[in-house]
Design a protein around this ligand. Structure first.
Ligand code: S3P
Ligand code: PEP
Length: 441
């Protein structure tokens, strides 16, 4: 079992609202973290300014924007060309060091930015939350060294570290074991159009999690004019190639974060109610789109209409046996629903979650069991046998998805208190307001 990160500061307890009946609400979910942070990097590396509309403003994306600004990129508040508000104008500029980057505990910032830093003309120091020192990064560090970068770290292949930008990077072929995080592959691909020789990334590990997130990287690169060859476009299995070339400045509207839609859909499922999520994309690479299928198997039904995704619970919640390797970030919310189901569940393919914001397998097991549940860890996931749960404190370990998982359980179980609900600010700062708004609708 891995180590759970514990916030040493005493933090407030949030009484998770108990649902008195079936929810019936429309919830506007803010923009996708994964899309916003990729769009910021690509816009910063482009050869002309671009627009980002309805960007997510959360801890992870503000850290990304702050880091790019520290490297010289202009990111201004603005009104988009169509007059809509809530936009960022990204103005690329020569990338400079020295600079300091705070990654917080954002996987996207700690993995996507070292390749960008290698293109600057000076030292860029990376630091972050204590947990960021424990999260895997060696795939990015080792690969960048092979591609020509100079990096000082303390020998652990992790944060903190300094990338000594040389004004350019050779690029070329590189092998990486991305079995601990798909973000290693995404990181190398995102900056590769700016490497002298582009990149050829060959994944060498036995497994590769979160493929939809790699597809998101490829799609977004292509949308700004990059040439990318992938295993899916007829290339070799496990090999991605990016050709060097200039990137376009685009006008991109960010989709709602479908993984952050999860607790609201779960609310419809566990209360036998209905939730509508406006602007659910008809086609997307976001892993949260798989919820339509997973939560249907668990007892709900859904329909994409002109109002958005209309999701309805039947009143029954069923267990599920599912491999979540492609959609690991959905695991905490699925585990919460599974703990309230009428039959056991097996969640598989997510061993790498032990190195996410916290050890999510250990944290879910401990917190659900402390409310009276019966969860056991397996080598790559969880067995969940539903039991009658009781109230108590649900600890979050600085993990936004633990907080939302606890809130789902609180809908059905009286007296659940979430410790440090404010940790949802990592990707969804408005969570408590959206949650109580949904219940009051
Ligand atoms: O590239 C991305 O935006 C992400 C990739 C996934 O990371 P891992 O492959 O490390 O699980 C996912 O869990 C994370 O929330 C976001
Ligand atoms: C794993 C996650 O985040 P990160 O981008 O920090 O890896 C997550 O949001 O579930």
């Amino acid at each position: 079992m891995g180590r759970m990160t514990v916030n040493p500061a005493p933090t407030a307890l949030w009484p998770a609202p108990h649902a008195s009946g079936a929810v019936d609400a429309t919830v506007h979910v803010p923009g996708s973290k994964s899309v916003t942070n990729r769009a910021l990097v690509l816009a910063a590396l482009a050869s002309e300014p671009g627009w980002l509309r309805r960007p997510l403003r959360s801890r992870d994306t503000l850290l990304m924007a702050g880091a790019l600004r520290a490297l010289g990129v202009g990111i201004e508040e603005g009104v988009g060309p169509d007059g809509s508000g809530e936009s960022w104008r990204v103005i690329p500029a020569a990338l400079h060091g020295p600079a300091t980057v705070d990654v917080g505990n954002a996987g996207t910032v700690m993995r996507f930015l070292p390749p960008v830093a290698a293109l600057t003309d000076g030292p860029v120091r990376f630091d972050g939350d204590p947990r960021s020192y424990e999260r895997p990064l060696s795939g990015v560090i080792d690969a960048l060294r092979v591609l020509g970068a100079r990096i000082d770290d303390d020998g652990r292949g992790a944060l903190p570290l300094t990338v000594h930008g040389g004004g350019a990077l050779d690029g070329g072929p590189v092998s990486v074991d991305a079995s601990s995080s798909s973000q290693f592959v995404s990181a190398l691909l995102l900056s590769a159009p700016r490497f002298n020789q582009g990149v050829e990334v060959r994944h060498t590990g036995a497994t590769l999690p979160s493929m939809p997130h790699i597809r998101m990287t490829v799609d977004m690169l292509r949308a700004v004019g990059a040439q990318v060859d992938t295993p899916e476009s007829g290339g070799e299995p496990g090999v991605w190639r990016v050709t060097p070339g200039a990137l376009l400045g685009r006008d991109l509207t960010v989709e709602p974060d479908l993984s952050n839609a999860q607790p609201f859909l779960a609310a419809a499922l566990v209360t036998g109610g209905k939730v509508v999520i406006p602007d659910w994309p008809a086609r997307t690479t976001q892993p949260g789109d798989r919820l339509r299928e997973i939560f249907t198997e668990m007892g709900g039904s859904c329909e994409l209409t002109e109002r958005g995704l209309e999701f309805t619970g039947s009143g029954a919640v069923h267990g599920i046996d599912v491999d979540l390797g492609e959609v690991g970030e959905l695991t905490p919310g699925i585990a919460a629903v599974a703990a309230l189901a009428d039959s056991p569940s097996t969640l598989r393919g997510v061993a790498h979650l032990r190195l996410h914001e916290t050890d999510r397998l250990a944290a879910l097991t401990k917190e659900i069991n402390e409310l009276g549940g019966d969860v056991t860890e397996t080598a790559d996931g969880l067995h969940i046998r539903p039991r009658r749960l009781h109230g108590g404190v649900f600890h979050t370990y600085d993990d936004h998805r633990m907080a939302t998982a606890g809130a789902i359980i609180g809908l059905a179980v009286d007296g659940v208190q979430i410790e440090n609900v404010a940790t949802t600010a990592k990707t969804l700062p408005d969570f408590p307001e959206l949650w109580t708004g949904m219940l009051g609708d």
